[in-house]
Ligand binder design. Structure first.
Ligand SMILES: CCCCC/C=C\C/C=C\CCCCCCCC(=O)SCCNC(=O)CCNC(=O)[C@H](O)C(C)(C)COP(=O)(O)OP(=O)(O)OC[C@H]1O[C@@H](n2cnc3c(N)ncnc32)[C@H](O)[C@@H]1OP(=O)(O)O
Ligand SMILES: CCCCCCCC/C=C\CCCCCCCC(=O)OC[C@@H](O)COP(=O)(O)O
Length: 233
């Protein structure tokens, strides 16, 4: 039987990949992040028809949350949630939270209250199926380069919060920050709370430096926590 050079090279590569995955942390990091993005894209394709039945509606966030909750288990991550009782039970509020990386989605989906939508940069809208799901989930998109437009969008959000009983989740650092400390806060979240006259609920997604570092290309598995720090007026 003749085996072509191409087939032999492919077979060798397939044999070497598990070895590379086992031995090389950077390769493992890229595999894990590649799978994370690919899996979310696939979940988005599942979510689109389910969410489309309602159209753009914050209730679709329940579908998104439900579909996302198993992802942590694929990565051997165990979440600990502390202080969930601090969410005000029956009124709109603004959640403010730190933002380290796209892995925060897992922490967010662990605690996301009903009828709560994040504020996101509008670039997410153009991420194919993921963007479509974000839109169907009622996520509020802002153009960070156009402060005036962003402020108008947030003024509309203040109105929607009250008229449609919606909670809003804001990352007040305005960008991902995995440095271990916090960036100075942007002010939109706090204007929003004042305009809507609702409480601010701070949430901390604890650091995951011990199992994830983009800079060091390290992604292992561990326990990870989110905690709400009480509600303030
Ligand atoms: C199962 C299927 C799965 C598939 C799908 C998978 C996932 C989908 C599901 C969920 C995904 C959700 C993930 C979302 C995460 C996305 C996270 C992000 O995108 S973070 C980036 C975007 N967010 C933010 O930027 C929010 C924080 N930013 C702000 O609030 C800013 O203040 C701003 C409104 C954008 C303005 O920005 P600027 O840089 O100009 O900042 P300043 O704060 O300095 O403001 C300037 C000036 O304006 C005044 N200001 C600000 N806001 C207001 C306001 N609302 N009203 C009035 N005035 C306002 C502010 O006070 C400053 O003026 P002054 O200096 O005089 O005080
Ligand atoms: C047609 C184009 C197709 C593109 C397909 C891309 C597929 C990507 C698939 C899955 C991506 C999952 C992650 C989505 C949510 C990420 C949330 C996030 O972390 O956004 C970044 C934002 O907080 C701040 O951005 P910056 O730190 O300022 O930058």
């Amino acid at each position: 039987m003749e085996v072509s050079v191409g087939t032999a090279a492919l077979a060798l590569a397939l044999l070497l990949l598990p070895l590379l995955y086992e031995r090389c942390g950077s390769f493992r990091f890229f595999c894990k992040m590649g799978f994370y993005n690919g899996w979310i894209l696939l979940l988005a394709l599942v979510a689109i028809p389910l969410c489309a039945l309602r159209g753009r509606d914050v209730e679709n966030m329940k579908i998104i949350r439900g579909l996302m909750q198993h992802v942590k288990r694929l990565y051997g991550i165990r979440m600990e949630v502390r202080g969930a009782h601090n969410f005000p039970p029956r009124q709109p509020y603004v959640v403010v939270s730190n933002h380290q990386s796209s892995l925060d989605l897992l922490g967010m989906m662990e605690v996301l209250p009903d009828r709560c939508v994040p504020i996101a940069k509008r670039e997410l809208l153009y991420m194919g199926a993921v963007g479509v799901v974000c839109w169907l989930g009622g996520i509020i998109f802002i153009d960070r380069k156009r402060t005036h437009d962003a402020i108008s969008t947030m003024a509309e959000a203040a109105h929607t919060m009250l008229s449609q009983d919606v909670r809003v989740w804001v990352f007040p650092e305005g960008t991902r920050n995995h440095s271990g400390s916090m960036l100075p806060f942007k002010r939109g979240a706090f204007h929003l709370a004042v305009q809507a006259q609702v409480p601010v609920v701070p949430i901390v997604i604890s650091s995951y430096q011990h199992f994830y570092s983009k800079r060091e290309r390290r992604f292992t598995q561990d326990v990870w926590g989110t905690g709400t720090c009480g509600a303030g007026g």
